[in-house]
Design a protein around this ligand. Structure first.
Ligand code: FAD
Ligand code: NAI
Length: 487
């Protein structure tokens, strides 16, 4: 059976499904192919993000934080709760319900936008490499064992990424798991080792620590969270250590061997080699793009180091009419980055103008405190020799933060020394994920720190700390003692 489309999208994660909706809105006949099957072998839309990524991890982060707060923090508010206990099955069931509601929501959006959801594994047929060929062909091995051929003038590759495997610590999804396994433990492990103190290690380490695991994180680098601004990274390390996360930097994993109900880990640090046994191990050392095997045969498509499809700023690959977006291409592996690329490509295919501002991709780590930033870090500016001013404001001096007992952290604003244009905003604090949007909007509109300083913020809010940090760039913060001319 052959079917004709304007656009075939391969992958229905936040890159692919958003591209599909936008293509349909623009009047393009659209098919979206996805091979995802859940643990009941049911096809699901939403990709990594909805099924085993952003959404289930945030559901568990919220539930575990509530559990932790009711155990330790509510008494400070004068709320005495007795007999608190953990119902992990209910917590996991709620997570599943959230995932199912959202994936079903995309199914409904596909129906209302008349997008054909093709359930199976796509392979791009090799004659797609002929540059002047107008129609490209994709074969899909359907889940029902049949095969279908799809033709279209345009293909958007949005096949996402998978966890990096370590040969010295092979996952068995029982004792040694990746992030998907770590979102589905049916019992709180007494001891949990995590390889990699990156975003997944910190978020999932926080979940299981709050639920009662003794957590040790092994990180190969000697710098903690080197992608973040150094001041924020330093503060976050202090907070995580205070919370009881045992973070071992500059530590090399030698092996992890799964036993019946435990894992034997061998590692090396500056004191030499060590062995330690954990109930479970999570491997969280990064993700790699799903680019292998997508073409029927060898392709002339250019692939960068690490398996990323080579694309320009318009997400065009080296083959005309074939685009690649999201985790399959350069840039941070973030859902919103993939979605923006999907929107851009859909508009470009429909002949409209659209760009992605790669300089303003916000990053958030949903620990407690949260960490969020956009733009340049201080160390990046130092390296590139740009002169800058800094303003900081601690949440400890914020009325709202005091009132809700969330006084940890700060806002840091970096602006250009000559023009005062904001170059970066870095936040550690309980509302950082929401507050960072203000910085993105300000920077997208080319605001200076003075523009923010002259803007009115509602009182009492966490956002006032952004106002104060901007005031602090010129030494004029109101609620901290400050030397004029910058802090
Ligand atoms: P994916 O979401 O990976 O989707 C790719 C889809 O392509 C999948 O459904 C797959 O089945 C399908 N596919 C692959 N190959 C084929 C084929 N040959 N044929 C048919 N279908 C195919 N990012 C954030 O921004 N915020 C977060 O809070 C966040 N939390 C995360 C937490 C965890 C635990 C993890 C693992 C990731 C998290 N991420 C987060 C990252 C985010 O999930 C990814 O950046 C995002 O999902 C990438 O979107 P994508 O559309 O490129 O690919
Ligand atoms: P990551 O790149 O964030 O962190 C991996 C860490 O593992 C790094 O610190 C690295 O130095 C370390 N590492 C690598 N090899 C190691 C080894 N052999 N031994 C010890 N440490 C080692 O990758 P992570 O945490 O797996 O996340 C993957 C992607 O998913 C990230 O790129 C992130 O963007 C995305 N993600 C985003 C989230 C968010 O936006 N809140 C949440 C979770 C994931």
């Amino acid at each position: 059976m052959k079917q004709e489309y304007d656009v075939i999208i391969i992958g229905a994660g936040p890159g692919g499904y958003v591209a599909a909706i936008r293509c349909a809105q623009l009047g393009l006949k659209t098919a979206c192919v996805d091979k995802w099957l859940d643990h009941n072998k049911k096809p699901k839309l939403g990709g990594t993000c909805l099924n085993v990524g952003c959404i289930p991890s945030k559901a568990l982060l919220e539930s575990s934080e509530l559990y932790h707060q009711s155990e330790y923090d509510l008494t400070q508010h004068g709320v005495e709760v007795k007999g608190i206990s953990l119902n992990l099955k209910q917590m996991m069931d709620r997570k599943e319900t959230v995932v199912n509601n959202l994936t079903f929501g995309i199914e409904s959006l596909f129906k209302s936008n008349k997008i054909d959801w093709i359930q199976g594994c796509a392979t791009i047929v090799n004659d797609s490499k002929i540059p002047d060929k107008q129609t490209k062909t994709t074969k899909v091995a359907l889940h029902n064992d049949k095969e279908v051929t799809l033709n279209a003038a345009n293909i958007i590759i949005a096949t996402g990424s998978s966890p990096v495997n370590l040969g010295i610590a092979p996952t068995d999804q029982k004792n040694i798991v990746d992030s998907s396994g770590a979102l589905a433990f049916n019992k709180v492990p007494k001891t949990l080792g995590i390889i990699g103190a990156g975003v997944i290690g910190l978020e999932l380490g926080s979940v299981w620590k709050r639920l009662g695991s003794k957590v040790k994180i092994f990180e190969a680098q000697d710098d903690f969270l080197s992608i973040a601004d150094k001041l924020i990274a330093k503060e976050s390390l202090k907070q995580f250590v205070n919370q009881g996360l045992d973070i071992c930097l500059n530590t090399r994993l030698l092996s992890a061997q799964s036993k019946k109900n435990s894992v034997l880990v061998k590692y090396q640090d500056s004191d030499g080699e060590h062995s330690e046994t954990f109930e479970k191990i999570i491997i969280a050392v990064g993700r790699s793009p799903n680019s292998e095997g997508l073409f029927e045969d060898e392709t002339e498509l250019v692939i960068d180091a690490g398996g990323f499809f080579h694309v320009n700023d318009r997400c065009e690959t080296s083959l005309p009419g074939i685009y690649a977006i999201g985790d399959t291409v350069r840039g941070p592996m973030l859902a919103h980055k993939g979605s923006e690329e999907g929107l851009m490509v859909a508009d470009l295919i429909a002949g409209k103008h659209r760009e992605v501002n790669y300089n303003l991709i916000p990053s958030v780590i949903y620990t407690q405190p949260e960490i969020a930033w956009v733009g340049k870090t201080e160390q990046e500016l130092e390296t590139s020799g740009v002169d800058y001013n800094i303003g900081t404001f601690p949440f400890a001096a914020s009325g709202r933060a005091q009132a809700v007992n969330e006084t940890v952290g700060m806002v840091k604003v970096i602006s250009h020394a000559k023009t005062d244009r904001i170059l970066g905003v870095h936040i550690i604090g309980s509302q950082a994920s929401e507050m960072i949007a203000q910085a993105v909007i300000a920077m997208e509109l080319g605001a200076s720190s003075e523009d923010i300083a002259l803007t009115m913020f509602a009182h009492p809010t966490f956002s006032e700390a952004f106002h104060e940090a901007a005031l602090s760039v010129s030494g004029n913060a109101l609620h901290i003692a400050q030397r004029r001319g910058g802090s």
